[in-house]
Design a protein around this ligand. Sequence first.
Ligand code: T5A
Length: 222
Amino acid sequence: MSPALRRHPRFISLEGGEGAGKTTALNAIRAALQAQGHEVVLTREPGGTPLAERIRALVLTPDAEIAAEPLSAEAELLLVFAARAQHVRQVIEPALRRGCYVLSDRFTDSSYAYQGGGRGLEPAWIAELERRAVGLLPGLTLLLDVDVAVGRARANGRDLWPDRIESEQDDFFQRVRAVFRERATQDPTRFRLIDASQDQAGVAAQVVDAINAYLTKEGGNG
Ligand code: T5A
């Protein structure tokens, strides 16, 4: 039998499709936590440690710039989990043990959405990797939900070259969004759905309300 997943109340993740506005939301959440006197470790996936950031570059750099071969969906899944296994052990678990709140820009839900929904890999395989290589679930996950076309228009407006995943077509991102929404519906205790179609101030207000309600419920001490 494989190990169970442990939910940690001081571990918070932020999820969403491309251009959902995670950067503004992360800053608003961090400020809300700090205003209540909590120490916050802000991190991201794929990445968060020097080694995991190198794996991130492998996953996101367009294929032709890395090697003359495409990265397979299976290799992509294993790479994001390799980065996550490292991230959990080097950064997340130690910070939680020190009593900090850990705020992660994406976590395992992104693997279900992108590698499961987007690439069509078996969710059961992802779940097995999650139990064996990660073992940890956020206590709270804020899902920034926005229409795919709106999110992509925002992301494209940044004047950056699209990375490997951003270069996918709209139907890929529709499947990503569908899996995120389905997971939020299946686990309403952990997820809060945020309407990310609003302007940045409106999104920030929603995430701050969600965080404050969560802290009140948790007694503010995890
Ligand atoms: N991935 C990740 C996997 O495939 N599997 C996994 O397991 C994991 C963990 C990297 C990629 O890796 C994939 C998913 C991703 O494709 P990332 O670095 O988080 O993940 O990359 P993105 O999601 O692509 O990050 P983005 O920067 O595109 O999205 P954000 O952070 O949500 O967007 P943000 O805040 O930078 O905003 C984008 C633009 O929109 C504007 C901003 O000013 C900015 O210009 N904007 C708004 N405009 C109007 N109204 C609003 N409400 C706005 N909010 C932001």
